[in-house]
Design a binder for this molecule. Structure first.
Ligand SMILES: *[C@@H]1O[C@H](CO)[C@@H](O)[C@H](O)[C@H]1NC(C)=O
Ligand SMILES: *[C@@H]1O[C@H](CO)[C@@H](O)[C@H](O)[C@H]1NC(C)=O
Ligand SMILES: *[C@@H]1O[C@H](CO)[C@@H](O)[C@H](O)[C@H]1NC(C)=O
Length: 408
């Protein structure tokens, strides 16, 4: 099992290279599937779904001369061979090794003893991250019933998520990010009883997000950079996640007050660029474990509530590019002075400008500095703060807050 800290580290790494990933996506797009190829895959997958409960599928004949140590590995062989047939481009030739009965030797496939019976060796993990593979996920993948980890980020898989994924009762981490999956939210993930880590970001999913997602016992939810559209439901406060990233969708609506109910677990929430409208709920101040709060590029109105000072662990606060008004509450000086990646207000013009609020509290005289745009991707590193110089002149871009009443 992966600890929250590990998850967070991975998350930070991934966020730090977000720009690089976006660049890589552009790269994929330029040498990506032709319309004809994409159409072919879509057509095959649709045909397949039509017969989903019949016999039809990718044809996998198991050569009777093949020996399998147990039936789980035989099923895995069928699943992986079906998948291989559903792949139309594998530029790194990773599936070149997917031959013969020893599936544990296939590249990207990892075996381990079954937790409930250590004498059974089974396929426990698939890791095909960054393989640049094009194809789709066949229903046969539901035969990989012992899978705990399924990572296929940064490929060109398209189509939808197999319904039979609901047989993956042990699946703990599902990372489908940075592919070309489309269609409505894959409800099948709601039926995975062991799932803790869900990463769907950088795909083409659209429509609403079922509110059940927030009732599920997940540790991390990444659904940013899709085409989801809905109002954040009130039950978001039921979610026990430590990290939730909804950025770059079209959520709209308000920031529900129930967010204060996440105080025991929430460590990071990123809601940037979602069309959120409403005032900041004062319950935000209950989030004593929160280290990152990013609501930039929305349409939040009204003042920052005085309760904001209650977020005792906060290291980054980004409220830039909203319609906030009024004065910054003096309670902001209660936020940790030393955990100083504080933040960061992006001015509209380049080079980027930042305000380091904790410095605002301790140094009264204005100073201006600009930080080269390149350092922006470093903003999650701990040395970031040390490299910042405060700017007091252009305070909160696109907002009308003022620092004039500080009396720290
Ligand atoms: C792909 O890999 C397999 C096994 O390593 C090898 O036999 C095959 O020749 C490779 N194909 C290409 C096109 O490189
Ligand atoms: C564990 O797996 C072995 C090998 O298949 C089997 O013989 C044994 O009965 C299993 N034990 C249990 C408790 O299911
Ligand atoms: C969740 O938050 C809402 C709004 O702040 C509150 O009315 C409700 O009682 C909270 N529920 C729990 C279980 O704490």
């Amino acid at each position: 099992m992966k600890s929250g800290t590990q998850l967070l580290l991975i998350h930070l790494l991934i966020l730090a290279v977000a720009t690089a990933v976006a660049g890589a996506r552009a790269g994929f797009a330029s040498r990506g599937l032709s319309d004809a190829e994409a159409g072919y895959i879509r057509h095959r997958q649709l045909l397949y779904y039509r017969d989903e409960f019949g016999d039809r599928g990718e044809k996998v004949d198991v050569d009777p001369s093949l020996f399998f140590p147990n039936s789980h590995l035989r099923n895995a062989y069928i699943a992986l061979q079906a998948w291989k047939q559903a792949i139309i481009s594998d530029p790194l030739n990773l599936t070149g090794t997917w031959v013969g009965s020893n599936v544990c030797k296939y590249k990207g496939v990892f075996c381990a003893p079954l937790p409930s019976n250590h004498s059974l060796i089974v396929v426990a993990s698939i890791d095909l991250n960054h393989a640049d593979i094009a194809g789709y996920l066949p229903e046969e993948l539901g035969l990989l019933t012992d899978l705990a980890v399924f990572h296929i980020n940064s490929n060109r898989f398209c189509g939808t998520i197999p319904h039979r994924f609901d047989r993956l009762r042990l699946l703990f981490e599902l990372d489908l990010s940075n592919n070309r999956f489309a269609g409505k939210f894959p409800d099948v993930v709601l039926r995975l009883p062991s799932l803790k880590y869900l990463d769907l970001r950088f795909n083409e999913f659209e429509g609403t997000v079922p509110s059940e997602l927030f009732d599920k016992d997940l540790d991390a939810i990444f659904i940013n950079s899709n085409r989801f559209r809905f109002d954040i439901p009130n039950n978001i406060g039921n979610s026990p996640v430590s990290v939730i990233v909804l950025a770059n969708n079209r959520f709209g609506g308000c920031l529900p007050a129930s967010i204060g109910n996440m105080s025991k677990t929430l460590n990071e929430i990123i809601l940037m660029n979602n069309g959120l409208r409403s005032c900041f709920p004062k319950e935000i101040g209950l989030l004593k474990k929160l280290t990152v709060l990013d609501v930039s590029f929305n349409q939040l109105i009204g003042p920052l509530p005085n309760e904001i000072g209650g977020m005792r662990s906060l290291e980054q606060l980004d409220v830039a590019h909203n319609l906030l008004s009024g004065q910054i509450p003096a309670s902001i000086c209660n936020l940790p002075q030393n955990a100083c990646a504080m933040l960061c207000v992006r001015a509209s013009s380049r080079p980027l400008q930042f305000v380091q609020l904790c410095t605002v509290c301790s140094i009264p005289s204005p100073a201006t500095a600009s930080i080269p745009a390149a350092t922006f991707t470093d903003r999650l590193t701990t040395t970031f703060a040390a490299r910042l110089t405060a700017t007091y002149s252009s305070i909160i871009a696109s907002n009308t807050c003022s620092f004039s009443t500080f009396s720290c």
